[in-house]
Each structure stands twice: as C-alpha cells, then as structure tokens.
Design a binder for this molecule. Structure first.
Ligand SMILES: Cc1ncc(COP(=O)(O)O)c(C=O)c1O
Length: 485
C-alpha cells in the first residue's frame, strides 16, 4: 500500500486550474435554472411536502426562523426529517433523499450506523449518558486518537468544534504569552466572539459581528487566502505589538477546502510559525478522520502544535469536540489542577460525557476497520467525475472538484467573491446567493440533499449504484439551466 492509499484524496486538485475555472465562472453572467424549471421545482414542495410546511410554519411561532440548525434554513421552506439510514433520509411526508449533507460532515459511516448505535445502547443501559466523573472511555478515546495522529500527545475532549477552537486559542495564548491569533479570511472556525471575524468573505473583518464588542475581535487578524506574503506581513507587524500566539487554519483551505490551498501551503505556514514563534493550530473539525485516520495533517505530512476536532470525532453523536496536541501546551488546561503553572480555564457540564467518548471510540475504530475514509473518498471521486462529465456534455460554466469525500460543485460562484473587487461583491452577492438557494431547492426536489446547494459530503454508504442515481438527478437539474441575459 503506498502512503496515499491511507488517505481519501486519490489525487490532489490542480489548484491553479480550479481557481482559473472559478474566476471564469464569476466573471460571467449567472447560468441559472430556467423560470419554468424553477416553477416545477417549487411545485414539488407545494405538492409533496405539505406536512413539512405545516410543521415548520408552526415552528416559526416558537423557534426563531422556524428551525434550530443553520443548515436547515432551506429555500423555499425547511423540510422535516423523520428517518435516517445509510445513504438516505426520509422526510415526514415520506419522500426519500440521498443525503450529501451528512449532518454537516460527521456521519461518514452513513447515517444511523447500526453497529455504532448498538454500542451506544449498551453504554446507555449500563451507565447512562453522563455522570460528571471519569469514565474509562475517555482514556480509550484519547489513546486511540494519539495512535492515529503523532502530533496528538494529549487530547482534551470538549462539546463542539466552536468550544474547541476557543480552548485551543486560549491554550496558545497561555503557553506563548503572546497576543494575536491570525486566521484565513473567509474561514469558519465556529461562532465564538473572537472567531466571528472575516467570516465567509475574505477582507470583511467585523462585518458579521453583530452583538460582539470591538475588544473581543481586537486580537484576531485575517490574511488573504493562500497569501503567504500577507501572513508574513502580519507576523512581522505583530512582533512589536504583543506577538502572534497562533495561526489557525483548515489544512485543505477555508470552508472545507472551498478555496483550496496549494499542496505545499501548510508546510510553508509551518515554517513561518516556527520562524516567528507562533503555534500552528490545524482546525480538523471537518478533515479529522474524513481525509483519513491520520487527518489532513497525516496526508500533508505536517505536524501542527494543536489540532481541533469535531464532527467525525464522535461519529455523529453529541457532543463532538476536542483539542489535541503537544503535551506542554495542552497541559495548560490542567496546570491549575496540578498546582503548578498558569491554567487556561475550560470546561463544561456535559463535555466529555461517557456517551460521546464511547461513540467516538467505537466510531473511529469502525472507520478504521471498514476503511470508511477511503470508501467515502472513492464515492466522492465517482461523484466528481460524473458531475464533470455532465458539465462538459451540457457545456456548462460550473466548477466541480473534490478532496476525497468532500465534493465542491460551484454553480453560482458566490463563495469566491471577495473584497478585492468590492463593486462586484456589492452587486453580485445577493443574486448569486439566491441562485445557490435555488440550486439547493432544485436538488432537493430531485431527491438530493446538499450542503447549501454547493457542497456534498459522501459517506461509506454511498455505493456505486447510489452515486449513479444521484448523478441522474444532478443531470436533470444541471441541464435545466440557462445563461441569464
Ligand atoms: C472548520 C470548522 N471549524 C469549526 C466548526 C465549528 O464546529 P461546531 O459546529 O461543532 O461548533 C465548524 C463547523 O462547521 C467547521 O466547519
């Protein structure tokens, strides 16, 4: 087995070519679903989703926006799911969908995976979900992860990716005694006060920070995606103003690799961090175990100082989060308890409960045993190749690429707008965003659930036959589009 076969990415995307195609996509008028086809798509929701509509209409009275999860705000209205199994979801009206949302990424084994569910039942009947005291599964999970990722000398389990990013940043500042944290413009690292900065669109700094005091983001900085020169500029500047505690990034690029990084990028960032005495934090909330049991760090062969986990770390069970890394840094979480050193305070009533630790322990073992990252990655490859064929057959301007089981299908290009071209951003953000919503609705009307109409996560449950079915539906949608004149 060559080394790459341990990882889901069979071939790293040609990043220059991806950006060339993406730039061509956003430099031309939108190519969207024709009004007649869109009418037919909306009729699906009217005719086939009446219970979903009734439930979510009523929910609007009690739940802000009518749904509890941001990814469920679907156009024209959210659908209510009542059954999940393998590659499929069923809504309350009995409609079946191929699930490429994967709950936002964690269910790489497939939804509601029976062998994992059984282990959870066993745990629940013996101990229940939570005691507030130590459980052996905490040790088992930490040891297992340390075995997969050499950078993880110690592991602290937490309740979500957001919390874990907060904890990693706090540990970095405590350990280095430095001030600034630098992130990539446009990247999402959870919704903590200091990280809701330059969200989604590079260069936008505090644009989304309603309810966040200036001080909370005063020590957060962004650099332009893939610009090592911009990162270096910040590192130099910070030297005189309190120093850089950490650089945090998703190793495939922001938004799960929507803006992919050149293959050598992480190695160069590692070098810059070493040169300036900053810690390197990999946010592997998405890539952790999806890219392979060694994570994206194993794939790229880079050792971060800290790694943030979420999603797959509990195989889809609540609560999913954790920070792993250098013992000397991670030990700041416990320093006060041991009576020495400064303590970076973190915690949580339900964090690292027996249920989430057992779920993580068995889920990761199942992923390794079944080769789930590679199988899901092959499904991602097949989906991507099939979509590329459809794009070429119908001469569409769309861009598809994948990093294993993470598939990006850019039809509106909205994710690529940025402040380098503010006029275009102002003019095009809204219509292109709406186009993406329409694409999401059209996919759904054809039995496909995607992440926000532009990203698909594949799972171990996605057999060749399921991908073939999905491609037929994608073709029906993509061939019903036309250039807007
Ligand atoms: C890269 C990344 N970091 C952090 C988070 C936040 O994780 P959570 O939703 O568990 O708080 C997410 C969530 O989507 C993410 O994609």
């Amino acid at each position: 087995m060559n080394d790459n076969q341990k990882y889901a990415i069979s071939e790293y995307p040609d990043v220059e070519d991806v950006y060339r195609r993406l730039n061509a996509l956003i430099s031309q008028p939108m190519h969207k679903i024709t009004p007649e086809s869109m009418q037919a798509n909306l009729a699906y929701f009217d005719q086939k989703c009446s219970r979903s509509k009734a439930l979510t209409d009523e929910a609007k009275r009690y739940i802000p926006g009518g749904v509890q999860h941001n990814l469920a705000f679907n156009y024209p209205f959210p659908i209510a799911i009542e059954k999940a199994e393998g590659a499929y979801l069923w809504d309350v009206d009995g409609n079946r969908y191929i699930d490429f949302l994967q709950a936002g990424g964690p269910t790489m084994l497939g939804s509601n995976y029976a062998p994992l569910r059984e282990k959870i039942f066993e745990l629940l009947s013996s101990c229940g979900p939570v005691t507030g005291l130590f459980h052996e599964y905490e040790l088992k999970l930490a040891k297992l992860i340390a075995g997969y990722m050499p950078s993880v000398e110690m592991f602290r389990m937490l309740g979500s990716g957001t919390e874990s990013v907060m904890a990693a940043v706090r540990a970095a500042r405590t350990f280095t005694r430095k001030k600034f944290v630098i992130k990539v413009g446009g990247a999402y690292h959870g919704w903590s006060d200091s990280m809701v900065y330059a969200l989604h669109v590079p260069g936008t700094r505090r644009l989304e920070s309603k309810g966040i005091p200036r001080g909370a983001t005063a020590s957060t900085q962004e650099f332009f995606p893939n610009s090592l020169a911009d990162l270096r500029r910040h590192l130099i500047f910070n030297r005189l103003r309190g120093g850089t505690a950490a650089v945090i990034l998703e190793p495939l690029g922001p938004e799960s690799g929507t803006r992919p990084v050149p293959f050598d990028f992480n190695r160069q960032v590692r070098q810059l961090c070493d040169e300036f005495g900053a810690l390197l934090i990999f946010d592997e909330v998405v890539t952790g175990f999806r890219v392979g049991m060694g994570g994206a760090q194993g794939y790229f062969g880079i050792k971060p100082d800290l790694t943030v986990f979420g999603k797959c770390v509990t195989g889809g069970y609540p609560m999913a989060g954790g920070v792993g890394g250098r013992a000397d840094v991670i030990s700041t979480f416990a320093a006060g308890l041991g009576g020495t050193g400064e303590r970076a305070y973190i915690g949580g009533t339900l964090s690292a409960n027996p249920l989430s630790c057992a779920a993580g322990y068995y889920a990761l073992q199942e992923m390794e045993r079944t080769n789930a990252p590679i199988i899901a990655g092959r499904a991602g490859d097949k989906l991507t190749k099939g979509l590329q064929t459809i794009i070429e057959k119908h001469a569409l301007p769309y861009v598809v690429f994948n990093q294993g089981s993470i598939v990006h299908l850019e039809t509106s290009g909205v994710m690529l707008l940025d402040l380098h071209n503010p006029l275009r951003l102002l003019k095009e953000l809204k219509p292109r965003k709406h186009m993406m919503e329409e694409m999401g609705a059209a996919y759904m009307a054809h039995g496909l659930i995607t992440l926000a109409g532009s990203r698909m996560y594949t799972s171990m449950a996605d057999s060749d036959a399921i991908i073939d079915d999905a491609l037929e539906s994608f073709e029906a949608v993509l061939s019903s589009t036309a250039r807007v004149i």
